[in-house]
Design a protein around this ligand. Structure first.
Ligand code: ISL
Length: 593
């Protein structure tokens, strides 16, 4: 029977013509794949390592650190955009998809970096930003030049003789308006993000063909996948209905928001077309940034039989503890561990038989993981960082680790608006202050929530600027670099860095952490997040104390702990079946079955 099932699955994977699913024996009901078993390290190149003293990280900086990256044990890199760009949104405004941004280096540097990664068995996933381009892209320059230019329909235009277009909110516009008037052709163009990021018109087959051609050229070069920026936004309701105030201001993860702004009628048609025309031809991974997508829709993107994408990023975890009122305001009630468990459990369960998820606690758009979900005080920064890594690396989803989190870097916590560099924060500041808002509470909350918190330069050592640059860094280096830096942690066996490496190894050595079932233990516990991960004859119990107080848990009579696989302290108190965890203690046991 087992052999028969194996044969069917192998035949199925062969008949789909997709080389990406290697014919290795499926585990449980899941087909194995390198991108399910991989551990992703995200590099925000601007902030990683500068080698030419201009204060901006570069590709040669990544090349210089290849052995460090290898030493982490990670096997996939996600690199934020490195294409030519005027840097209105740090590379998310691309002016040429097939050139390298001059601050970052040259195509020869890119080739050397890619080879260096591949020589070390590390795959490279690039960012694909195709909901919008830069207004300095040749397509847009042509498009705006006349109404009958052949690139006119590469973007969304609204002729001004039809009156003002129905209001759409923009994420990064200082007036909050997504339609921008352009005098040359007396028309408005759409930009969900900044004025310098016009939205590409996917309704136009020529636009799509040009994008597929560009993707193909990167795959031919040997890149191993794309992380697709705001991919649900590519299809919109282009009948441009007039929206109510409520519909206009609704947030991500809200059906009515997505209904008009994203998730348009042709979205899945476009993704299937992209899969057929490009993705299916290579052994690559496609990760969708699922902004605005609810859990009920998630499988439509990544279930294997849909032939669209492979991996899905959700935003529900990041929304915890935020207020629905005001830009990036905190909810004074905070977030509870119970809510946290609910979110991460349901997003684990939704992909238990079909599709596949990703898990992350920080990235270039989010604050530092330890400042937001752990505790960055001198007393608890180390144990809570280790605890969060234990969580990320023991869950049932591909883990994404943002550079700097492996050494427990903390939020930048800027005091003045002039120190911020992020267009999102700067434009919201302009928009809100124009409206007369009291900016003090915003500035306080942004010390926790703003994007620049996670973008400060990597802290390599205790020399000036944390060894990131010999010039003036583009964004402040966190003052704590003298204490928190990579060099100081290399030789310390108890450092966050060395714990991270141990945890990476544990995941790589035990497929149960990848494919095993996930079962919550005592879901109601308010301090401890406990779950088991089991596959075949292997079963593990993960215990994570998310609080700054001791916490105890009584294990069920029939749960028999065996070996300690990892512990972020060097001991645990045990009284009979009761375990007493220290503040932020994380421990994984193997279980006797
Ligand atoms: O950053 C966010 C919250 O502060 C998100 O809402 C973000 O705008 C959203 O996740 C889309 O992000 C992606 O596209 C943006 C770019 O600025 C982000 O850096 C990128 O990750 C526009 O390209």
């Amino acid at each position: 029977m087992k052999n028969f099932l194996f044969l069917i699955l192998t035949l199925l994977s062969m008949s789909s013509c997709k080389p990406k699913q290697k014919p290795i024996e499926p585990i449980a009901k899941i087909e194995r794949a390198w991108w399910k078993e991989g551990i992703v390290y995200q590099i925000y190149p601007r902030s990683f390592k500068d080698t030419d003293g201009d204060g901006v990280g570069d590709l040669r900086g990544i090349i210089q650190k290849l052995d460090y990256i290898k030493s982490l044990g990670v096997n996939i890199i996600w690199l934020n955009p490195i294409y030519d760009s005027p840097n209105n949104d740090n590379g998310y405004d691309i002016s040429d998809y097939e050139k390298i941004m001059k601050e970052f280096g040259t195509m020869a540097d890119f080739d050397e970096m890619l080879k260096g990664l591949h020589d070390r068995n590390i795959k490279l996933v690039m960012d694909l930003v195709v909901n919008h381009s830069s207004d300095e892209h040749e397509w847009f320059k042509q498009s705006r030049s006349s109404r009958d230019n052949k690139y006119r329909n590469f973007y969304h235009w609204w002729p001004a003789e039809n009156g003002k277009p129905p209001h759409r909110m923009s994420f990064f516009d200082e007036n909050g308006e997504a339609w921008r008037f352009d005098t040359t052709t007396n028309a408005y163009y759409l930009h969900y993000f900044s004025r310098k990021q016009p939205d590409l018109n996917w309704e136009n087959q020529d636009t799509r063909d040009s994008i597929y051609k560009m993707m193909d050229s990167w795959f031919k070069k040997g890149v191993d996948g794309f992380r697709m920026d705001v991919i649900p936004f590519i299809s919109k309701d282009t009948t441009w209905p007039i929206l109510s105030e409520q519909e206009l201001t609704a947030k991500y993860n809200n059906d009515s928001w997505a209904k008009y702004y994203a998730d348009g009628p042709n979205l899945h048609h476009y993704l299937k077309e992209m899969n057929k025309r490009v993705l299916s031809k290579y052994d690559v991974v496609a990760l969708g940034e699922g902004a605005g997508v609810t859990i009920n829709q998630a499988l439509d993107f990544v279930a294997q039989d849909r032939n669209e994408l492979d991996l899905f990023f959700h935003f529900e975890g990041q929304a915890l503890g935020l207020s629905s009122q005001g830009y990036k305001r905190l909810n004074p009630k905070g977030w509870t561990l119970k809510e946290f468990k609910e979110v991460y459990s349901k997003w684990s369960d939704v992909f238990s038989e079909k599709g596949w998820g990703s898990i992350y606690l920080g990235n270039h758009d989010q604050p530092r993981m330890v400042s937001r979900w752990g505790n960055d005080s001198p007393e608890f920064r180390v144990p809570s960082s280790k605890m969060l890594h234990t969580f990320l690396l023991s869950m049932r989803a591909t883990p994404f680790i943002y550079h700097g989190d492996e050494i427990g870097m903390t939020n930048l916590k800027l005091d003045t608006i002039t120190d911020y560099r992020d267009i999102e924060t700067l434009n919201w500041y302009a928009f809100l202050s124009k409206g007369g808002a009291d900016m003090k509470p915003y500035m306080e909350d942004w010390k926790i929530t703003a994007r620049d918190n996670g973008r400060s330069p990597f802290q390599w050592n205790d020399s000036k600027n944390g060894g990131f640059t010999t010039g003036i860094p583009w964004l402040k280096v966190n003052d704590n670099y003298t204490k928190i830096n990579e060099a100081a942690q290399e030789d310390d066996p108890n450092s966050i860095l060395n714990y991270f490496r141990k945890m990476v190894k544990l995941r790589k050595d035990n497929l149960a952490f990848v494919y095993g079932t996930y079962q919550l233990v005592q879901p109601e516990h308010s301090q401890i997040y406990a779950y088991t991960r089991s596959l075949g004859k292997d079963s593990f119990l993960v215990l994570l104390n998310f609080s700054s107080k001791e916490a105890s848990i009584n294990l069920a009579e029939d749960m028999h702990t065996d070996k300690i696989m990892i512990d972020n302290y060097d001991s645990i108190k045990q009284e009979g079946n009761t375990l007493i965890l220290k503040p932020y203690q994380a421990i994984i046991y193997s279980l006797k079955l």
